[in-house]
Write a protein that binds this ligand. Structure first.
Ligand code: ADP
Ligand code: MG
Length: 698
């Protein structure tokens, strides 16, 4: 045991309370702390002239207050105009008191730190950190000498505290007499393409405390040798974890489930459509898995609208016929309701009980649902992740289906496998996602899963016509909606998240709905957003599905899975702000019926280059796999939008897109390590595994 394996409570100034907070981040030992890497850095070492600011840049600026006024718009705000010789910047404060207002009066010199955003008139910083600079003593407030690391953290644990702790951990690393790291040798041997990579200890020190004078561009892009050294190790650890998981899973026993002829025939009649070739193929792949006494672990990638729900139902039939329970988990209550309706219709005449567990059941309803699940009877239950909380006990779970789970980590897959494991058997698992990722990447990201592709859309679908228009054309669009609704079609109007606050976004959607309702007096307008009570959301969605609402104004809550075939027009505002896969998901809400569908992407000028390319791609193709490829190419470093969409495990330092060229070698080395040095594999996995409690839960 090395000193680095000591608990964090051993560090100077740390006690049990702090240890508890750290535990929430998965940090128990000093070593864990060393592997808790900054998620980014702030550069407070230099001033950026106001004329040279770039969007989304976090930076220090200095200038003189030219005007300072309270504005009464949609929201009261204090606006200060800051100027220097090169340009100007607006500072926007929503919360301020008299004293703060006085500090910001015209003529004052201010130094501010914040993120540069696009405002209505000019570039802005919203609630920057502000220091008043005394012109007489300009040296009294020096800039920082080094970059500031920013760590992932949890409530009540401040950055300053984390910095102190990591400093102490780095000191401990300096003192520790660690044996030469075998992984250093391994990496040196296999990844010698570029310059010699630093050792683990050097790399850790460098990444926690980047020395002054380094190449910032390389740092931002994650291309410094120290970052690459750690990224390689993390990718390797991830690969090993997945392979190990796969091995473990394959050693478990599951009940083999033969294809149920009668129930399947009934379902096919209930569908009212013939399966596509791709659906038939995928069902065969699934059947082959289910026939084995080993739990299936299969990922079904299928483009939006490809018909994954039908595949899920046919798979569920196998378990139900064999007398087992099936749990289908969806990410939102909206989707749970929808699946509940669809599956109840399909299975309704077939003597299969479908149980829908949503928030609106109330405590009593949930209790009786739990009681039903504890009975050894075949039932299909649909719900959110609440289905897998500790207090839910399944008598006899044969199959778990997870729908639209873009962000479904390894630990969660593992936890599911353990869930509902009645004494002898583990449940089979089918994970469905509409965010296709290219095959090479899928093999890395999901090395523990088998992958099926649903790469064919049902027949008679007409591709969605996509147009890209500046916001100035809004009135034309409103007229088009009036026309569409008059001819019996339905439409979506999406107001994507633009602020960090869900409150503001919901407000924006509410305002838009009001404006549209006024402009379209003959159209029945509905609204859904994230801050509405679930019941109200459901109700509105049901009305939309029934046609009682013709135009649905929504935030991106409707992004995943919603299926209303009669809706054939979609308008997306601020489309330039969204990532490709998100746009693709949203557009997938239309083009589900037989009528020609349209999607209008409204943007605010001026368009940045990447945004222009994204919108262009949307116009050119509707193939999810092509879009996924393009997304990966376009989403260069620093491109923040849409990063949550990949569905790929989150890494601390590696990035599957950026580090793509490393992957083949990582795969080879993983094989090599597993075959020749299993203890080394264990060591690597342990270093990078997060023990975070909430991760282990589904
Ligand atoms: P997704 O793969 O995006 O989850 P859904 O399962 O919601 O897609 O299916 C989209 C629509 O296509 C649904 O209305 C569904 O009933 C219909 N559908 C599914 N399979 C077929 C098929 N083989 N032929 C015709 N329509 C189909
Ligand atoms: Mg779906």
């Amino acid at each position: 045991m090395s000193a680095l394996d000591d608990g964090v409570a051993r560090l100077p100034g740390a006690g049990p309370r702090l240890a508890e907070s750290l535990e929430k981040l998965g940090i128990r030992t000093i070593r864990d702390l060393l592997f808790h890497l900054p998620s980014r850095y702030q550069d407070r070492t230099r001033l950026t002239p106001l004329g040279a600011l770039r969007l989304q840049q976090e930076t220090v600026v200095e200038g003189i207050v030219e005007t300072s006024q309270v504005h009464f718009g949609r929201r009261r705000a204090l606006l200060c105009r800051l100027v220097d010789d090169t340009g100007a910047l607006t500072l926007r404060f929503f919360y301020f008191n008299r004293a703060q207002q006085q500090r910001l009066e015209p003529g004052r010199r201010l130094r501010c730190f914040g993120e540069v955003r696009r405002g209505p008139q000019s570039l802005e910083m919203v609630h920057p950190e502000v220091q008043v600079i005394d012109d007489a003593r300009p040296d009294a407030t020096p800039l920082d000498g080094a970059l500031t690391p920013i760590y992932p953290t949890t409530d009540g644990l401040h950055q300053a505290r984390l910095r102190k702790l990591t400093t102490a951990a780095l000191d401990a690393l300096g003192r520790a007499d660690e044996p030469a790291d075998a992984i250093d040798a391994l990496i040196a041997q296999h990844f010698h393409g570029g310059a010699k990579l630093p050792t683990l200890a050097t790399a850790l020190r460098y990444v926690h405390r980047p020395p002054p004078g380094i190449d910032l561009d390389l740092l931002w892009q994650g291309q410094l040798p120290a970052q690459q050294r750690l990224a390689i190790e993390e990718l390797l650890a991830h690969q090993l974890t997945l392979r190990q998981l796969r091995q473990h899973a394959r050693q478990r026993i599951a009940a083999p489930l033969p294809p149920p002829r009668a129930l399947r025939a009934g379902l096919l009649r209930a569908f009212g459509f013939a399966l596509t070739g791709a659906q038939q193929r995928v069902v065969r792949e699934i059947d082959a898995d289910l026939a084995k006494p080993v739990p299936m672990l299969r990922l079904l990638q299928g483009d939006v609208g490809a018909g994954k729900t039908a595949v899920a139902a046919l798979t569920a039939a196998s378990a139900l016929s064999a007398g087992r329970q099936v749990a289908l988990m969806a990410p939102t209550e909206l989707l749970v309701e929808q699946h509940g309706r669809t599956l109840s219709t399909w299975f309704g005449g077939l003597d299969v009980e479908v149980l829908v567990v949503t928030g609106r059941l109330g405590a009593g309803g949930r209790r009786s649902a739990r009681a039903l699940l504890a009975e050894d009877r075949p039932r299909l239950v649909v719900g959110t992740h609440a289905l897998f909380q500790d207090d839910v006990v399944y008598a006899n779970l044969g199959l778990v289906i997870v729908d639209e789970q873009h962000r479904f980590g390894v630990n969660q897959r593992l936890a599911l496998l353990e869930k509902g494991a009645c004494a002898a058997h583990r449940p089979h698992q089918l994970i469905m996602t509409a965010t296709p990722i290219p095959r090479t990447l899928a093999m890395t990201a999901y090395a523990d899963l088998d992958v099926s592709m649903l790469d064919e859309l049902p027949p008679n679908r007409q591709p969605v016509r996509t147009s890209v228009l500046p916001e100035s054309r809004r009135d034309d669009i409103v007229a088009r909606i009036a026309e569409a609704c008059a001819s019996g079609r339905q439409a979506y109007w999406v107001c994507p998240l633009i602020e960090e606050s869900e409150h503001l976004d919901s407000q924006a959607a509410t305002d838009t709905a009001a404006v549209l309702a006024q402009a379209l007096p003959h159209v029945k307008v509905g609204l859904v957003h994230g801050r509405m009570p679930e019941r109200e959301k459901d109700l509105t969605m049901q009305q939309f599905a029934r046609g009682a609402i013709e135009l649905l104004v929504a935030t991106t809550v409707i992004e995943v899975g919603v299926d209303v075939p009669n809706a054939s027009l979609m308008v997306i505002e601020n489309a330039e702000r969204l990532g490709l896969s998100q746009l693709h998901q949203l557009r997938g809400r239309v083009g589900r019926g037989r009528t020609q569908s349209d999607c209008v992407l409204l943007y605010k000028s001026p368009l940045a280059d990447t945004a222009r390319h994204r919108l262009q791609t949307m116009r050119e193709t509707s193939d999810g796999f092509v879009i996924a490829e393009r997304d990966l190419e376009l989403r260069g470093p620093g491109e923040v939008l849409g990063t949550r969409q990949t569905g790929i495990a989150e890494f601390r330092i590696a990035d599957l897109t950026r580090d793509r060229r490393l992957l083949p070698t990582v795969q080879q080395v993983a094989d090599h390590v597993l075959a020749t040095a299993p203890t080394l594999a264990e060591q690597l996995i342990a270093r990078w595994t997060v023990h975070r409690a909430e991760f282990a839960k589904v």
